[in-house]
Design a protein around this ligand. Structure first.
Ligand code: PEP
Length: 249
């Protein structure tokens, strides 16, 4: 039985003051929630305040990106060492917005995954097809390629904390959601790929989240689907009441 993980991706929203206000409201509403794991991934600037706010609670804090080197002349970047020193436990890697706007490639995803795992962070690796690929019947091929390249050269032992998020790009921030059946089909492809690289037992235990316009009104059908091991939530995670409803689907 895989414990579900409900993760918030705040993207480029909330100042430290707004982040503190979120946690003031959110933490008491989920303090008794043990059924699922909860992670909030705020912008870098809010990490410290989020970690202080969530200390001793059942909410973990993640980053939205990380560099593939431990340190160096990489202006504007943040390393695994820096995240670890703050107390960050999770990191989103290869979000489609980073692939689309910031030249993230399957190769950089692979390098970031490797260093995150080496440094005991729980990576949430995002994969997913764009609308043209789905319409052309290429969804499986895209997912296979993204997984194969992301997992390249990584051993099952090292990958123990790996988490994958299936995020069809056409569903992110658009209000369109994959049906539970569509998500389950995509998750099976991802699980199969993971099985080929890491072995069947690993694949069986791998958590695969769904992301793409998850809202309180539609989250139950998605999260009750056996193949869906949690959610990566963008817009609906910015409001503590709405995110609580998703956590408690
Ligand atoms: C995301 O940012 O990963 C996401 C799924 O966003 P939204 O829920 O807003 O579609």
């Amino acid at each position: 039985m895989r414990k579900k993980l409900i993760a918030a991706n705040w993207k480029m929203y909330k100042t430290p003051e707004q982040a503190a206000a979120f946690f003031r409201d959110f933490l008491p509403m989920v303090s008794d929630h043990t059924r699922d794991e909860i992670v909030v991934c705020p912008p870098y600037i809010d990490l410290q305040i989020a970690i202080e706010a969530a200390r001793g609670s059942n909410v973990m804090i993640g980053a939205q990106n990380v560099h593939w080197e431990k340190e160096g002349a990489f202006t504007g970047e943040i390393s695994v060492t820096m995240l670890g020193a703050l107390g960050v436990t999770h990191v989103i890697i290869g979000h489609s917005e980073r692939r689309q706007y910031f030249n993230e490639t399957d190769d950089t995803v692979n390098r970031k995954l490797e260093i995150a795992l080496e440094n005991h962070l729980t990576p949430i690796v995002c994969v997913g097809e764009v609308l043209e690929e789905r319409e052309a019947g290429l969804t499986e091929d895209v997912l296979r390629r993204q997984c194969m390249r992301a997992f390249n050269g990584i051993s099952a032992r090292k990958a123990a904390k790996l988490t994958v998020a299936y995020e069809p790009v056409w569903a992110i921030g658009t209000g369109k959601t994959a049906t539970p059946e569509m998500a389950a089909d995509a998750h099976s492809v991802i699980r199969h790929e993971a099985g080929k690289v890491f072995g069947d037992q690993f694949a069986e235990n791998l958590r695969i989240l769904y992301g793409g316009s998850v809202k309180p009104e539609i989250c139950t059908a998605l999260l009750c689907e056996e193949e869906i091991d949690g959610a990566l939530v963008g817009g609906a995670s910015l409001d503590p009441v709405s995110f609580t409803k998703i956590v408690k689907y």
